[in-house]
Design a protein around this ligand. Structure first.
Ligand code: MG
Length: 271
């Protein structure tokens, strides 16, 4: 019993030390790796803070006919680990672990709407944190970033640990917000990287990334290169970061390729 208690105390002190050091980093340069082609290091608190832009909040976009519905308020059937998120009054709530889609995707358009509960206490990375992982490896950060400072590459819409959003379009806490995401997975020929993963994001109707390259999969405090395994399609993952982030209206479309329709054929005259 005593040993168990000791472990719990030690573990919780480690957690609080880690989060305290990161909470303190706004305005400071941490001892993390240099980001490629950038004057900044990962989670750099000296990086410029994205300017805030007021919007009217979520741009609600119903799914087009060729979309795969990931959540429409009724069920978690499109997802694995169904017990980790719960549905309350038609809203999906992060509750106990990450979930990932049954289907795998490659180049995609994703729409999702999210909200951080109004009364939840939020401070930096704590209290209002989730994320959508494209191809299971490339996070677009979800964070309550309205009047809540954190290291810029960890703020709402950031390519986590790499690139902050162009602007901070986050709505007030408690209000619905939308992400419209266009993602292209990295392209490899054998082990040779041909093209990195690319991201475009529109947050509440505002462009916050325009065809921006990822440096590789996103990771806390690290820089990692693209992996040939990411050339394959993979599920979309929604992160659980100990916060009950709420979701509604999530859908995805595969981008497909150009010139995939049928050529025009003149109708034969009936005369
Ligand atoms: Mg996150």
């Amino acid at each position: 019993m005593m040993i168990k208690l000791k472990h719990i105390v030690l573990a919780s002190s480690l957690i609080s030390t880690t989060s305290m050091s990161f909470a303190a980093e706004i305005g400071k340069k941490p001892e993390t790796p240099q980001i490629p082609n950038s004057p900044y290091v990962v989670h750099d608190g000296t990086r410029p803070i994205p300017p805030a832009v007021k919007t009217k909040g979520a741009v609600v976009s119903p799914p087009p006919a060729d979309a795969v519905i990931l959540f429409d308020g009724s069920s978690l059937d499109a997802w694995k680990q169904k017990d980790k998120f719960v549905i309350k009054d038609g809203i999906l709530v992060a509750a106990g672990g990450a979930i990932q889609t049954n289907e795998s995707f490659g180049d995609i358009q994703v729409h999702l709407e999210w909200r951080v509960p109004a009364k939840r206490r939020v401070n930096g990375q704590k209290g209002g944190n989730s994320g959508i992982f494209l191809n299971s490896a490339y996070e677009v950060q979800i964070l309550q970033s309205h009047n809540n400072l954190t290291y810029p590459d960890g703020s709402a819409g950031a390519m986590y640990g790499q690139t902050p959003p162009l602007v901070n379009a986050t709505s007030k806490q408690g209000e619905w917000q939308s992400y419209d995401i266009i993602f292209r997975k990295p392209k490899f020929e054998g082990d040779q990287l041909i093209a990195p993963a690319y991201l475009t994001v529109i947050h509440n109707g505002v462009v916050i990334h325009a065809h921006r390259a990822y440096h590789g999969p996103t990771t806390h405090k690290k820089v990692r290169p693209h992996k040939p395994s990411h050339a394959k399609d993979a599920p979309i993952r929604l992160q659980y970061h100990n916060d009950p982030i709420e979701y509604r209206n999530i859908w995805v479309r595969r981008l497909g390729d150009y010139d995939q329709g049928q050529p025009y054929q003149e109708k034969k005259s009936s005369k």
